[in-house]
Design a protein around this ligand. Structure first.
Ligand SMILES: [Zn+2]
Length: 464
């Protein structure tokens, strides 16, 4: 077969959609061959492709890039495993995830991504990479000549049940920011101050008071940590990304710091956008999060920052625990919940109440959940946009579907969701990863687990 038409044959096409592209929303489709977007299709253009998906005038978005997940592999697979977690991702419209290092053992080798990827090979519906961890003992790994290929490192400033590698020492944190700036590596942070919590914990033991989670891990911890990060970014010029911001004061400080041209960005999560402390009282430990869910005023401040462009990314912080762990008494119940599947519908549901124009909602979602996380974490030009040359990661999204999230929808191995019973507006219909369908809501079928490790660093380790 050597004639031009067979050479040009399109393997996969999505047609008849409202494409959310960097140049605006246009009617048409995308053609995918060899896993990449090879052509943007005009409205009415239905090419002779091996497989055609009709979007039926629904929105067609770039596949969601979730830069904050805990897929619990290795060592914590009684809570979640990669097969189930990647199914949850695909069902939620997610085609790329970046996994956090606090597994067992934790990923503390700055250049250990490829080795870690071998554990996941053949088990993932979605493409993936990792944020290696930095603690008080491995900061000098950032001086490795190829450290830049890590792209990002994760720092916990406070610990909890599954986070043991923490930087509490202010001098070491300063050193990490200095080395990361020199290496050109972005620092992503759990920004709560362990010193503040330790101080309060000592007082609490004296009084013996039983407390709810928000009182145990109050907003003061986040405020102190964010203030310290701003100071360090100002001193060293380090690119930093503050994860799961929960309180209004933190938002105010981070927005002001960005306005001062500091290279500081922040993430919010669907659960901090969806729930308030009143929900935590009603639901109990399943809504215990670290950082904690806060009040209605804080939630609205987060939404305001989402709408005004202050927030850079939305990440799920998918962090399942078993039902039994979440049922432990008192403060033994660990913080965290599943969310990679719920993220897009939950965020769209909240947005629908605050931004009536559906085109504007889609444009915002494409930035916060796809292009910006891709750009921040070394995936620019490959992930996060519907553009020729990018990977064929495409999502057909029905922005008008109204449905209730049921327990039978849950794909995570943990088998529960804090969103069960919640009305959702908007539903992922078909999720396509590099030109292969990985989730089809109409048949509830998944594709094959051929997700790839995204080795994107500009520099590679020398061959041994
Ligand atoms: Zn997390």
């Amino acid at each position: 077969m050597s004639d031009a038409s067979s050479y040009d044959r399109i393997e996969f096409a999505v047609v008849n959609g409202r494409l959310v592209t960097p140049r605006g929303i246009v009617h048409g489709g995308v053609a995918i061959t060899g896993g990449r977007i090879t052509r943007m299709l005009d409205a009415g253009d239905v090419p002779d492709a091996t497989r055609v998906v009709d979007a039926a005038e629904c929105y067609v978005l770039p596949g969601i890039v979730d830069s904050h997940v805990h897929f619990r592999t290795p060592g914590l697979t009684h809570k979640e495993d990669w097969e189930h977690a990647s199914r949850a991702a695909a069902a939620g419209g997610v085609t790329t995830v970046i996994d956090m290092p606090n597994t067992d053992p934790p990923l503390m080798d700055v250049l250990g991504g490829r080795e870690r990827a071998a554990l996941v090979a053949g088990r993932s519906l979605v493409d993936f990479r990792f944020h290696p961890g930095i603690d008080e003992h491995n900061a000098d790994a950032l001086t490795h000549p190829f450290a830049r290929s890590a792209v990002s490192v994760k720092v916990f400033m406070a610990g909890h049940h599954t986070a043991h590698n923490v930087i509490r020492d202010h001098g070491i944190l300063d050193h990490v920011f200095e080395l990361a700036a020199r290496a050109g590596v972005r620092v992503v942070l759990h920004a709560e101050d362990d010193g503040v919590f330790a101080l309060l914990d000592r007082r609490r033991r004296l009084t013996g008071t039983r407390v709810a989670y928000e009182q145990l891990r109050p907003r003061s911890g986040g405020i102190v940590a964010v203030a310290r990060i701003i100071e360090l970014v100002r001193r060293h010029g380090t690119a930093a990304h503050v994860l799961h911001v929960s309180g209004g004061e933190e938002v105010d400080m981070l927005v002001a710091a960005a306005a001062d041209s500091l290279p500081l960005t922040f993430e919010v999560t669907p659960h901090h956008l969806s729930f308030t402390s009143a929900d935590v009282e009603r639901v109990g430990p399943r809504l215990w999060l670290s950082p904690a869910i806060r009040g209605a005023g804080d939630r609205e401040r987060l939404w305001q920052a989402v709408l005004a462009g202050g927030v850079a990314t939305i990440g799920s912080d998918h962090a399942p625990h078993t039902r039994a762990e979440k049922s432990r008494s008192g403060l033994e119940a660990p913080p965290g919940l599943p969310g990679v599947q719920e993220m897009l519908p939950a965020v769209h549901t909240g947005l629908a109440r605050r931004l009536p124009d559906a085109d504007e909602r889609m444009t915002l979602i494409a930035s916060l959940l796809a292009s910006t996380p891709a750009d921040l974490f070394g995936l620019r030009g490959r992930k996060g946009r519907l553009e020729v040359g990018h990977d064929g990661d495409v999502l057909v999204f029905d922005s008008e579907a109204e449905w209730t999230f049921e327990e039978s929808d849950v794909q995570s191995f943990c088998g529960w969701s804090a969103y069960v019973g919640q009305r959702m507006i908007g539903k992922p219909l078909v999720t396509i990863r590099r030109g292969g369908i990985v989730w089809d809501a109409s048949t509830r079928q998944f594709g094959s687990p051929e997700g790839s490790y995204l080795d994107v660093g500009p520099l590679r380790e020398p061959h041994e």
